[in-house]
Design a protein around this ligand. Structure first.
Ligand code: FMN
Length: 183
């Protein structure tokens, strides 16, 4: 089998396809949503996830100031909202309204959940590190919830709870193997 050298800037796309998430954030009555592909579990005890957010994003300031964020997991049917929240800025727009998404109260943080997503990790920032051109916010998961049909200790991946994975650019694939292109 022949292998070829890759442009290292593109090579990270080989491990890019964890589920794309909608991260909600809120500070001083301003709520926002940012689409993120770069997320990872980073600690089992305490349970923690990390999100990589560029300082230029409006959401970066909201997360840094509030010390909170919520990782919301969208099903593949939310592709248009995922693309919208990843291509416009909350500096100028109300992304909840613009994406047709609704705020729902979280149980343990002030930041709202994105109601249309099927699962939510409520996080409090416990560490942040500048890494290259992004900030890694590590958040302790202080509460979590999911649709019964979507998660029974593991993702069920039963329709309609099929996760969406970003391949790079406009290209996505669902956990059911269907290629989708965002417009
Ligand atoms: C599929 C997808 C994945 C993205 N992943 C990230 C990411 O992991 N980190 C990041 O900082 N920006 C990421 N972005 C870009 C932000 O979502 C985008 O710049 C957004 O408009 C920022 O919104 P804000 O200014 O309201 O915070 C992604 C965009 C898309 C479409």
């Amino acid at each position: 089998m022949a292998k070829r050298a890759l442009d290292v800037r593109r090579a990270m796309r080989l491990v890019n396809h964890g589920p794309v998430v909608l991260v909600s954030c809120r500070h001083e009555n301003k709520s926002n949503i940012i689409t993120l592909a770069w997320t990872s579990p980073v600690s089992a005890e305490p349970p923690m996830v990390a999100v990589a957010v560029a300082p230029s994003r409006f959401s970066h300031g909201l997360i840094a100031e509030s010390g909170e964020f919520v990782v919301n997991v969208p099903a593949s049917g939310l592709l248009n909202a995922v693309w919208y929240c990843g291509t416009v800025s909350g500096r100028e727009l109300d992304k909840f309204g613009g994406a047709g998404l609704s705020e729902a109260p979280a149980s343990s943080v002030q930041t709202p959940l994105v109601a249309e997503c099927f699962a939510h990790l409520e996080c409090r920032v416990s560490a942040s590190h500048s890494v290259g051109d992004h900030t890694l916010f590590a958040g302790e998961i202080v509460a979590a919830s999911a649709e019964n049909e979507a998660f029974d200790g593991q993702l069920t991946l039963k329709r309609p709870y099929i996760t969406l994975h970003h391949l790079g650019g406009h290209e996505f694939v669902t956990a059911a193997g269907k290629r989708l292109t965002a417009k």
